[in-house]
Design a protein around this ligand. Structure first.
Ligand code: AMP
Length: 171
């Protein structure tokens, strides 16, 4: 895994772009996002498939916020295989729940993201525990997982991420 020259593929950003453009997908996504729920796997994976088709297969990709369910992880494996790609590794940022709550509450004040209200934040963290925690185990079994401490300054965390992305996976 090497972060240099990579393209970021953030499903949250893609959904937000659809919402701004007022597309049908945006309207559908918003109905889930506003409640702190995940957008259905099929919708999410189809959007990722479309975006993947726009990125040359020689360009590295950093997925951000995807896959968030085991079903998404399984379907991602198929999508990558179809395009002759391989998953170089999976980075997990460990941050205590209290700190996440504090950060998201602060982001709500700064950026005004509609899904950063206290109610929706709590729901998002619960959904993460139920649906995304198992994804960590899924990749751990495959020897692809790297855990990084997500506490400290943004600069410290960024350094840890870059360093972790540069170590080859031996799984
Ligand atoms: P994020 O910007 O990654 O925090 O995502 C914001 C919201 O978009 C999430 O709370 C979900 O409602 C939706 N979302 C983003 N990525 C995914 C995904 N991989 N699967 C399902 N829903 C997603």
């Amino acid at each position: 895994m090497d972060a240099r020259g990579a393209v970021q593929l953030s499903t949250g950003d893609l959904f937000r772009a659809h919402i701004v453009q007022g597309t049908d997908l945006g309207k559908l996504a918003q109905s889930y996002m506003s409640k702190g729920q995940y957008v259905p796997d099929e919708v999410t994976v189809n959007m990722v498939r479309a975006r993947l088709g726009e990125i040359p297969t020689t360009t590295r990709i950093i997925f951000d916020g995807f896959p968030r369910t085991v079903a998404q992880a399984e379907q991602l494996a198929g999508l990558l295989k179809e395009r002759g790609r391989r998953l170089g590794g999976v980075l997990v940022l460990d941050v205590p729940r209290e700190e996440l709550l504090a950060r998201l509450t602060k982001r709500a004040q700064v950026e005004g993201r509609p899904d950063d209200t206290p109610e929706v934040i709590g729901k998002r963290l619960d959904v993460y525990e139920q649906q995304t925690r198992p994804v960590i185990e899924h990749y751990e079994k495959q020897g692809l997982l790297r855990r990084i401490s997500g506490t400290g300054t943004i600069e410290d965390i960024a350094k840890r991420l870059v360093a972790a992305a540069e170590v080859p996976v031996t799984g």
